[in-house]
Write a protein that binds this ligand. Structure first.
Ligand SMILES: N[C@@H](CCC(=O)N[C@@H](CS)C(=O)NCC(=O)O)C(=O)O
Length: 213
């Protein structure tokens, strides 16, 4: 399989971390949505990452659809999303909050990167920051309810842990000016624990280059 997209994207990275956990080998096409846009569009007309190319040439787009495919391939015992009931609903709630926060972070970056300074719209930036903070608060409150050293749900790592950690690292590195994370120490320490795991370390790419070059 070939995974297209850079690991500084939380959407790409949550797929990469999941593939490492599920021990599914992949070739990494470390392509930028800026300078490699045309190349990405050959596989996905949206020009978006992550895009996963399967060994038979089939293409799966959207991180949620890719994760669904990976879980389905891994089988019910190894799947990263709980199969049913309250655990599944709770995992999806935490994942939805996390992904929503990532989208707000991404929108803040695009406001900065895609627009000339005199075209930036302050009320939109403020709105995104408010939405981002509100969402991080919900996630932090959940972490506070968990005992030290516990995962977000139950007694094993799930997709909720992977997605939250990828998103918070992305936000803390990419939009820390607009949305500093100092107010969420428990959330930060949970994420630091995830980031110390081999599957996370193998897929860490520090935020540096702008998303669109
Ligand atoms: N909902 C998508 C979001 C993916 C996304 O926004 N990716 C960004 C990179 S972080 C991208 O490809 N941006 C380029 C574009 O949309 O033009 C997913 O979860 O896969």
């Amino acid at each position: 399989m070939m995974l297209i997209g850079m690991f500084d994207s939380p959407f790409v990275r949550r797929v990469a971390v999941s593939m490492k956990y599920l021990k599914m080998p992949f070739e990494h096409a470390n392509w930028s949505v800026g300078k490699d846009q045309e190349r990405i569009r050959e596989f996905n007309p949206l020009g978006r990452v992550p895009t996963l190319v399967l060994d038979n040439g089939d293409i799966v787009i959207e991180s949620a659809a890719i994760l669904d495919y990976l879980d389905d391939s891994a089988g019910p015992d190894r799947a990263l999303l709980p199969a049913s009931g309250t655990a599944r609903r709770e995992a999806l709630r935490l994942i939805s909050h996390s992904i929503g926060a990532a989208e707000k972070g991404r929108d803040l970056i695009y406001e900065r990167v895609m627009r000339p300074p005199d075209k930036r719209y302050a009320p939109w930036v403020e709105r995104c920051v408010t939405q981002l903070y509100g969402t991080l608060r919900v996630l932090d409150e959940h972490c506070v309810t968990r005992p030290d050293g516990a995962w977000l749900l139950g007694d094993r790592l799930t997709q909720a842990d992977i997605t939250l950690a990828c998103v918070v690292t992305f936000i803390s590195e990419s939009v820390s000016t607009e949305a500093p994370l100092d107010a969420y120490p428990v959330l930060r320490s949970f994420v630091a624990r995830c980031e110390s795991l081999p599957e996370f370390r193998a897929t860490y790419a520090p935020w540096g280059a702008p998303v669109v070059k």
